[in-house]
Design a binder for this molecule. Structure first.
Ligand SMILES: Nc1ncnc2c1ncn2[C@@H]1O[C@H](COP(=O)(O)OP(=O)(O)OP(=O)(O)O)[C@@H](O)[C@H]1O
Ligand SMILES: [Mg+2]
Length: 141
């Protein structure tokens, strides 16, 4: 498991680079790697912008995937549901934001408490293609 303290823009790149390395090492394909790296960038960028300081944990889960947890003790997020839908435009209009992370990753959970902080947990599966293979077999038989 890897833990990266997130305080500055540099830490965003540090976390992304490490995420890419772990993804390669554990056999995620190029497209999965990119989705993981973009998600790490979005979550850690949010920490720097809105919470000032936080942490990112990257944990490979053998035969399953790669879990990322972004944790901070910032102001928390009001109306999360609204912010997870594409109908609300992001402040900056850049990046994919939280809704993008939700779409890119295979599992996504967010917990946020006003004035206490935010935790986002997401997983990129290793067996995305295997699932499709199983679907195909089921359809054939
Ligand atoms: N870690 C966080 N702590 C506090 N508020 C947050 C945090 N992450 C996101 N938010 C709030 O949720 C909103 C939506 O975040 P999201 O990342 O989807 O879009 P954005 O950061 O505004 O724009 P973009 O990511 O597209 O540049 C933010 O504008 C901010 O108000
Ligand atoms: Mg953002």
């Amino acid at each position: 498991m890897y833990r990266i303290v997130i305080e500055r823009e540099d830490d965003v790149y540090m976390a992304s680079t490490l995420g890419k390395r772990v993804a390669e090492e554990y056999g995620l394909n190029k497209s999965q790697q990119t989705k993981l790296v973009v998600s790490i960038m979005e979550l850690t960028r949010n920490i720097v912008f809105y919470a000032n300081k936080g942490e990112l944990f990257i944990t490979p889960i053998p035969s399953y995937g790669i879990e990322i947890i972004a944790l901070d003790q910032g102001p928390g997020i009001a109306n999360i549901e609204e912010k997870l839908t594409n109908t609300v435009r992001s402040k900056t209009g850049l990046g994919l934001g939280l809704s993008g992370v939700k779409r890119l990753m295979d599992e996504f959970e967010i917990t946020s408490i006003i004035d206490q902080g935010t935790k986002v947990r997401a997983v990129k599966w290793l067996n995305e293609r295997q699932d499709k293979y199983f679907d195909y077999r089921t359809y054939r038989s």
